[in-house]
Design a binder for this molecule. Structure first.
Ligand code: F6R
Length: 631
């Protein structure tokens, strides 16, 4: 929950557009019951957020015992059934890998050198490299690649008579964000919790206390919760809890009633998942980029690609496969990869590709794009490409999904679970992943000069902020939506890298509002669709400042001359288009390589608001499924 200390979804003053949350999940327990079933149940309730590894640590009276693995909660449950751990105090975590691969070793909880304490952490320790170097020099041995492990070693060395004093002292050295829960061997009935920038709440029971990063983890356990404020540290024992603020002063935080069902809690302050996911995009774009940009080298580190420098150099052709929105991202990818890496790219509907003869062309790289990683046509197309001897990489959101497993390598989006059926945040993250792929290949193939690489890295670095600024258009979009809610048809026009955005804008509108909409390359309009234009035909024109801007303006003039109503998606500083456009939505100026990430946002919002006005079931549009696992 950025943008304030409200700590609670839906509280007065919480700006919807600033609300964001972490993907990993924390659960903790101290009380009179066995901790493990409570911890596992809490983790299962957080599964919807997505994760790739999970673990628990329990104080069993003699010390701390940890069980963790790369995989799902059922596998962790089986592990604990085979090798049980008993105790009444523990912490647990679901992790979505950022620093370090999704392995058992890197899964939380993490421990200090002697295993005398265990902790789980959400957030990012920004000075982890420095801390790790200092701690290593002081004799600490690191067992994982994570930033979190530095916290365990810091607390191990920190001065203080109690765990809370040591945690406080350790956090004094930390830059970054955390939601944190720690247990230690020396104080067997205590959980210490801290929060800075990453949500944590306490659940209050009868002689038992819970910790969670998300209220949904506590459903069915308690109805009384305390949302920690930023900078708070809390100490929980079976006898009660204390909250200290950032100046170590005792605080009484309000006890809130936990009401609502799972869906209400997962939604936070949003009326629909689609809006939530649109608004999450600054954070999801950041998560896709996280740890992957190398500013000095002007490139991207994509560890999962599994492409050797030799393979990169020998690439002669790229085939991108996908369906629906993912196919649109592929069309954007064609521009990016041809421009940045100088490799010819074909973009194919997976459903068409799989039934054609696959020509064996040495040096072909196939890129399968899929949010779910389970789309049947894309999966079969991946198999067909592999059978034809192509290397296949996946650009996939869902970790461990079929396409992710069957590809030779790939890039995870780390955009978190996408629950709304209409894809939004996955699309922007797919484009970000494709920009990084272009950057990586372009630099490896020595086609992209260092300075150009550095400039693009700088542009990607500021992209989350630009997306946040673009979301500020929401009130304007909401205000114009009623003018178009009764439309029967709509046309979306764009050129170059923004032609696929026109397709995507049209798809968003038709799938959730049931208004017929078509996307066209702007110049194609005069070869047919222009016949449809009259005052009842809204025309959305994507016209950011780029090399084809003046051409798009000419296309707008053609629409205007026929009485069409124009909504222009333009760039700040483009000048006033009022003589042509009925409405202007200006996104921040940016490099053409990333512009689709911004220009699509007002189109997502427009489709959303129109669908709401038409009373449509935005998150579950008729006839559509989130994951199309049939042909
Ligand atoms: C549109 C949408 C679909 C999916 C398509 C592919 O909003 O969500 O068009 O993009 O079904 O799904 P994935 O990306 O999961 O392969």
């Amino acid at each position: 929950m950025l943008g304030g200390d409200t700590g609670r979804a839906g509280r007065a003053g919480a700006s919807i557009l600033k609300y964001s949350e972490t993907m990993c999940g924390i659960v903790g327990y101290v009380g009179h019951r066995e901790a493990v079933p409570i911890l596992l149940e809490g983790l299962a309730r957080l599964e919807y957020r997505g994760y790739d590894s999970a673990g628990v640590a329990v104080q069993n009276g003699r010390g701390i015992v940890t069980r963790k693995l790369a995989g799902r909660i059922p596998a962790l449950t089986e592990l604990l059934a085979r090798d049980p751990v008993h105790g009444r105090c523990g912490v647990a975590h679901t992790r979505w890998a950022t620093h370090g691969a999704a392995t058992e070793r890197n899964a939380h909880p993490h421990t200090d050198c002697e295993g005398t304490l265990a902790l789980v952490h959400n957030g990012i320790i920004e000075n982890a490299d420095l801390l790790r170097a200092t701690l290593t020099r002081a004799g600490h041995e690191f067992a994982t690649d994570t930033d979190t492990e530095t916290l365990a070693h810091l607390i191990e060395d920190a001065p203080g008579a109690s765990l809370e004093e040591r945690v406080t002292a350790a956090l004094g050295h930390v830059e970054g964000t955390y939601g944190l829960a720690v247990i230690c061997a020396a104080e067997p009935h205590k959980v210490v919790v801290a929060r800075r920038g990453s949500p944590v709440l306490l659940g209050i029971g009868d002689g038992e206390y819970f910790v969670a990063s998300d209220a949904s983890a506590l459903l069915g356990r308690t109805r009384s919760v305390v949302y920690l404020a930023d900078g708070d540290l809390a100490v929980l024992t079976p006898d009660g809890y204390r909250v200290l603020d950032r100046d170590a002063r005792l605080q009484v935080r309000p006890v809130d009633a936990l009401d609502g069902d799972f869906e209400t809690l997962a939604l936070g302050p949003y009326p629909h998942f689609m809006l939530k996911e649109i608004c999450e995009q600054p954070e999801t774009v950041r998560n896709t980029l996280r740890g992957r940009l190398l500013p000095a080298e002007g490139t991207a580190r994509l560890g999962g690609l599994n492409l050797s420098p030799g393979q990169c150099a020998r690439l002669r052709r790229i085939v991108i496969l996908g369906c629906g929105t993912s196919w649109h991202a592929g069309l954007v990818g064609r521009h990016l990869l041809e421009e940045l890496a100088g490799i010819p790219v074909d973009v194919e509907y997976a459903s068409e590709y799989r039934y054609r003869r696959q020509l064996r062309l040495p040096g072909t790289l196939t890129v399968a794009i899929s949010q779910s990683g389970e789309t049947a046509d894309t999966l079969e197309a991946v198999r067909a490409a592999r059978a034809a001897g192509s290397l296949v990489i996946g650009i996939v959101n869902v970790v461990g999904s079929s396409i992710a497993r069957e590809a030779d390598g790939g890039i995870y989006l780390h955009a978190g679970p996408e629950i709304g059926v209409a894809s939004t945040k996955a699309f922007t993250s797919q484009i970000v992943a494709l920009v990084m792929l272009g950057l990586h290949l372009g630099r490896r193939r020595e086609l992209l000069p260092l300075e150009a690489g550095r400039a693009l890295v700088a542009e990607l670095t500021r992209l989350p902020e630009l997306v946040a600024r673009t979301l500020e258009l929401d009130p304007q979009v909401q205000a114009l939506a009623p003018r178009y809610a009764e439309a029967r048809n709509a046309l979306y026009l764009g050129r170059g890298v923004n032609f696929p955005v026109a397709l995507e804008g049209a798809l968003k509108l038709k799938e959730i509002s049931y208004i017929h909409a078509e996307g066209y390359p702007a110049a194609e309009m005069k070869h047919g669709p222009i016949a449809l234009i009259d005052e009842d035909m809204p025309v959305v024109v994507i016209a950011p400042q780029d090399a084809v801007y003046t051409k798009v303006i000419s296309n707008m003039q053609e629409v205007k001359a026929r009485g069409g109503r124009i909504i222009a998606i333009t760039s700040e500083g483009n000048g006033d288009l009022a003589r042509l456009a009925d409405h202007q939505l200006a996104v921040p100026p940016c490099s053409p390589f990333v512009s689709p990430v911004l220009t699509v946002v007002p189109l997502q919002l427009l489709a959303y608001h129109i669908a709401v006005l038409r009373g449509c079931d935005v998150d579950r549009p008729r006839n559509l499924a989130k994951s199309v696992t049939v042909e």
